[in-house]
Design a protein around this ligand. Structure first.
Ligand code: F6P
Length: 343
């Protein structure tokens, strides 16, 4: 078969491990030929490709990013985008497509499956907010990077007796904040699922410092918002999928904390450092398992499906499920575990 591969949406450690696994299993076991589409759906619309084979994939397993490039292009938002994409898939003689991406990329894949494209999905996002799979590769790496940073913030915060607000990624769900906060010993964790009350945050910090303890690390997800009517946060520009560009809630928070508590407060926004660099061993293994299962799914004719992890087994689920429901942070994890260590 001639199989197209693309990576879409925000990049994520482990993408290259998926590409390598798809190509290795496809070429060696199934005798496939591959074509890589550049920059996600944009490359499919514009007909920009690169050759993909086992040789090209040598050495990419530990590399962050994606050798195919990525974008947040949505063919359904580009004039004539879908027709051009369908035309280019035909002219490239693509029998099947493996689309590696998050809810947006897989949402497009799902719609194209409805137009007759033979597509199999592989879920990715460092945010870990896809309900169809128990975990996505990239999440584990992002958490580890955040925890390494928080460990370092503790020692400088303690030396200066400061509060440090550490902002991590997490647009709609606070998985990175919750895991990194638990593993890093945060004094507060603020996530998009639960609008925060700044007064409560400050009271809790004051109580903590009154006990003679000092230095607090507040971990905040970039998508966290204050409870209605408590604080004003500026609105942001949106991308082709309607997502606002986030980042910066930590600055608002730090200013308020310093003003209301009198504690000297600093900010660290981890940003894209969480998405860069080499994947952890866990993410390399998960990405490899996903890649192998995806090309097997192509040969089983399981189109319109995506690979997912459930109870440590790789299973196939309809692509529609990837975008159906957001996986939010488990309340018991946040309040039954993380909260015990706050204040
Ligand atoms: O969707 C994954 C993600 O890393 C979010 O956590 C973050 O809000 C967004 O991507 C950032 O996207 P960009 O790299 O396009 O600014």
């Amino acid at each position: 078969m001639r199989v197209g591969v693309l990576t879409g949406g925000g990049d994520c450690p482990g993408l290259n491990a998926v590409i390598r696994a798809v190509v290795r299993k496809g070429e060696v076991t199934h005798g496939d030929e591959f074509v890589g589409f550049l920059d996600g759906w944009r490359g499919v619309i514009e007909g920009r490709t690169m050759t993909l084979d086992v040789e090209r994939c040598r050495g990419i397993l530990p590399r962050g990013g994606t050798i195919l490039g990525t974008s947040r292009t949505n063919p359904y938002k580009v004039e004539g985008g879908v027709d051009r994409a369908l035309h280019n898939l035909r002219s490239e003689r693509v029998d099947a497509l493996v689309a590696i991406g998050g809810e947006d990329t897989l949402g497009v894949a799902s719609r194209l499956a409805g137009e007759g494209v033979a597509v199999v999905g592989v879920p990715k996002t460092i945010d870990n907010d896809l309900s169809a799979t128990e975990v996505t590769f990239g999440f584990h790496t992002a958490v580890q990077i955040a925890v390494d940073a928080i460990d370092r913030l503790h020692t400088t915060a303690e030396s200066h007796d400061r509060v440090i607000v550490c902002e991590v990624m997490g647009r709609h769900a606070g998985w990175i904040a919750t895991y990194a906060g638990i593993a890093g010993g945060a004094a507060e964790i603020l996530i998009p699922e639960e609008p925060f009350d700044i007064e409560q945050v400050c009271t809790s910090l004051k109580n903590r410092h009154a006990k003679g303890r000092f230095a607090s690390i507040v971990v905040v997800a970039e998508g966290a918002l204050p409870a209605e009517g408590t604080l004003t946060v500026a609105s942001r520009e949106v991308d082709q999928f309607g997502h606002p560009r986030l980042g910066g809630i930590a600055n608002v928070l730090a200013e308020e904390i310093e003003q209301r508590t009198g504690f000297e407060t600093r900010v660290t926004i981890l940003g894209h450092v969480q998405r860069g660099g080499t994947p952890t061993a866990f993410d390399r293994v998960l990405a490899t398992r996903f890649g192998v299962a995806a090309i097997d799914a192509v040969h089983a004719g399981a189109f319109g499906q995506m690979v997912a992890l459930r109870a440590d087994r790789i299973v196939l689920v309809p692509l529609g499920e990837a975008v159906a429901e957001l996986k939010t942070v488990d309340e018991d994890l946040l309040h039954g575990v993380a909260e015990i260590f706050w204040g």
